[in-house]
Design a protein. Structure first.
Length: 241
């Protein structure tokens, strides 16, 4: 009986630790500011980028979001979608090297967008939509450094670059991958288009990664129970013999 109880305690501990680790990982994954879709064809035109900003603080609201657009590989024709309760300020920068397009030469591009005036509360996220006229075709990815300001004055800097083959940094910048494809059709991979509502929504209902990790946690729990069952069967067999 003692060995059976010990096996049960060990199995329960393993399952609990596995579930806790999974939930912690899910929380960390969701807390990042991300861009959706996560990929577009190089040179794609007339599309939309959605910057998803979750609130990771329990005692403060997000009150300002600043997204910095790259100017070394500029995004052309940027337009901001109005968001209820938020005011958007657009900053432009003159390019060192103008970009020639079918519609003429572009000398100034949007380099920063600042949303303020609204609130993202604990356990919620906000989608900020940005339309573009054309993406660059001379790079494999675009990084969008982002600053997230809270009502208590804390500023989280999502500016770290993710190095290939290395672990994801603590505060990674949102990254849009640019893939080889048909430029100019304005389309992204079919699996990349966001379908969630654009208004503030509950964080727990939107992150597919967290759901996948949750399933993994349940699987770990089931394996723990199976292990306990095997231990019980062995104990009974030993006593009967």
């Amino acid at each position: 009986m003692l060995s059976t109880r010990t096996a049960l305690r060990r199995a329960g501990t393993v399952a609990a630790l596995a579930a806790a680790g999974v939930l912690t990982a899910a929380g960390v994954a969701f807390a990042h500011v991300t861009v959706h879709p996560d990929s577009y064809a190089k040179g794609a035109t007339d599309g939309v980028l959605t910057f998803r900003v979750p609130n990771e603080e329990d005692t403060a609201d997000t009150t300002k979001v600043q997204v910095f657009l790259p100017t070394d590989h500029p995004v052309l024709g940027v337009l901001v979608t109005p968001q209820d309760g938020w005011t958007a300020k657009v900053t432009t920068t003159r390019l060192k090297t103008p970009v020639k397009t079918d519609d003429g030469t572009i000398t100034d591009v949007v380099s920063q967008i600042t949303w303020s005036g609204g609130r993202i509360r604990s356990g919620e996220y906000q989608d900020f939509d940005v339309a573009f006229g054309q993406l660059p075709d001379d790079t494999d990815q675009l990084g969008f450094k982002t600053l997230q300001t809270y009502s208590d004055g804390k500023v989280v800097r999502w500016i770290e670059e993710t190095q290939k083959g290395a672990e994801e940094p603590e505060n990674p910048a949102p990254v849009l991958k640019l893939t080889a494809g048909t430029a100019g059709d304005g389309s992204a991979p079919m699996t990349a288009s966001p379908s969630e509502p654009k208004a503030t929504a509950k964080a727990s209902s939107s992150d597919s990664t967290a759901r996948g990790l949750g399933i993994a946690g349940l699987a770990a729990g089931v394996l723990g129970l199976v292990a306990a069952g095997v231990a019980i069967a062995r104990g009974r067999s030993a006593r009967s013999s």
